[in-house]
Design a binder for this molecule. Structure first.
Ligand SMILES: [Ca+2]
Length: 376
């Protein structure tokens, strides 16, 4: 084959497979940088909260100016853990309540995710958390520094959803005496809504801070759910990191069992096979399973104020895939419609109140992760 023809073919193949960064349908502006950033949330005044895994929280304006928030809890930094997600109460404008997920370390060296809430005056000269209280704990605490999950979402009814990873221990995801490997639905103070599916088992349930584990559970059989979003129809979607391949996008049903570790379209890292979902129809199957993996970090709904063609769709941030994955929803089905190469591990993605898409890069080999603003 003539070299020029071969080169042209190679170029065609590579451009088909990987979209060049300059080829994406948006303009990218780097606004600020952070040390291991993990999560974002928007304040009513359109400023942003950004967490860093080592335990810092920042208030950031659209120009990238940052102010540090004082009074954070000690976080068990290390491995996949530290300070995690941040969310504001649906009535934040009146009550100033902010929610954080983070890793608690016990004296015996075990660890577990926790969620706390506190009041904050974001216009104070030196903003600080006040009246901090823990409203949820992962139970039981375990050895190890992985698979905390601990993403937060307030739904359109004002209820708080928490994703709880399996702590790399597999079987607790099926154990109803543990809230590990589950998706949980709580009231804003951490109490259990009477409409949760397993509240009637509270009498036989393990207790965490006097709250029954059973009652907290909305769905089970999850591995490491790292993103949660509610679509325009009110449905809850969770994206989770699979084992070796088999990342999943799941539509979350009340009392649904998503099968881990009994089934997965991926397999264990040590090479042992896990039966695929198709072999066990009694478990809820993912709406999308990614083989090869995208390594999701987060999931966000696009309302479409600026990105009008994307309205109602979901964006997944990709760590290993260094991409943003765009997902269309049709009723209770979902499909990947496009994928944008970002050239860096992407930890989080979120549509801002004015419609721009905000993106947090993961740490970049010792250098900081950037906050990016995407506009059409
Ligand atoms: Ca498998």
């Amino acid at each position: 084959m003539p070299i020029r023809l071969f080169a042209a073919l190679l170029l065609m193949l590579t451009t088909c497979q990987v979209r060049a960064t300059s080829d994406v349908p948006f303009h990218t502006e780097a606004v600020a940088s952070f040390d291991e950033p993990w999560a974002m949330a928007f304040l009513p005044d359109q400023r942003m909260l950004v967490t860093e895994k080592k335990g810092r929280l920042w208030i950031v304006d659209e120009q990238g100016d940052k102010r540090s928030v004082d009074g954070l809890p000690d976080v068990g930094y290390g491995g996949q853990g530290g300070l995690g997600d941040v969310a504001i109460h649906p009535d934040f404008a009146n009550n100033g309540l902010l929610y954080l997920s983070y890793v608690e370390s016990a004296a015996d060296g075990t660890r577990g995710a926790a969620v706390g809430r506190a009041r904050i005056d974001v216009n104070a000269k030196r903003p600080a958390l006040a009246d901090f209280e823990v409203i949820w704990r992962q139970y039981p605490k375990m050895v190890g520094k992985g698979h905390y999950g601990h993403r937060l979402l307030f739904d359109d009814e004002g209820l708080l959803w928490i994703t709880s990873g399996d702590r790399q221990k597999f079987t607790p995801a099926q154990d109803m005496q543990s809230n590990v490997g589950k998706v949980l639905r709580l009231a804003d103070d951490g109490s259990v809504p009477s409409t949760n599916p397993f509240v009637n088992f509270t009498a036989e349930s393990a207790l965490v801070d006097n709250v029954g584990v059973y009652g907290q559970v909305w769905s089970l059989g999850h591995r490491n759910p790292l993103g949660i979003a509610q679509d325009l129809q009110g449905q809850i979607w969770v994206i989770e990191m699979g084992p070796r391949h088999g990342d999943e996008l799941n539509l979350i049903r009340k009392s649904g069992n998503y099968g881990y570790p009994e089934v997965s379209d991926g397999d264990h890292y040590d090479g042992r096979a896990i039966p695929d979902h198709a072999t066990r129809p009694e478990f809820e199957a993912p709406k999308i399973s990614w083989v090869p993996a995208i390594s999701p970090g987060h999931l966000a709904l696009v309302k479409g104020t600026l990105f009008k063609d994307w309205g109602g769709q979901l964006l997944a941030s990709g760590l290993g895939s260094k991409a943003i994955v765009r997902i269309a929803i049709d009723g209770d089905t979902a499909r990947e419609v496009d994928r944008y190469d970002m050239g860096a591990r992407i930890r989080s993605v979120l549509e801002g109140p004015a419609g721009a898409i905000w993106v947090l890069e993961d740490e970049r080999g010792g250098s900081q992760g950037r906050l990016l603003k995407l506009t059409p």
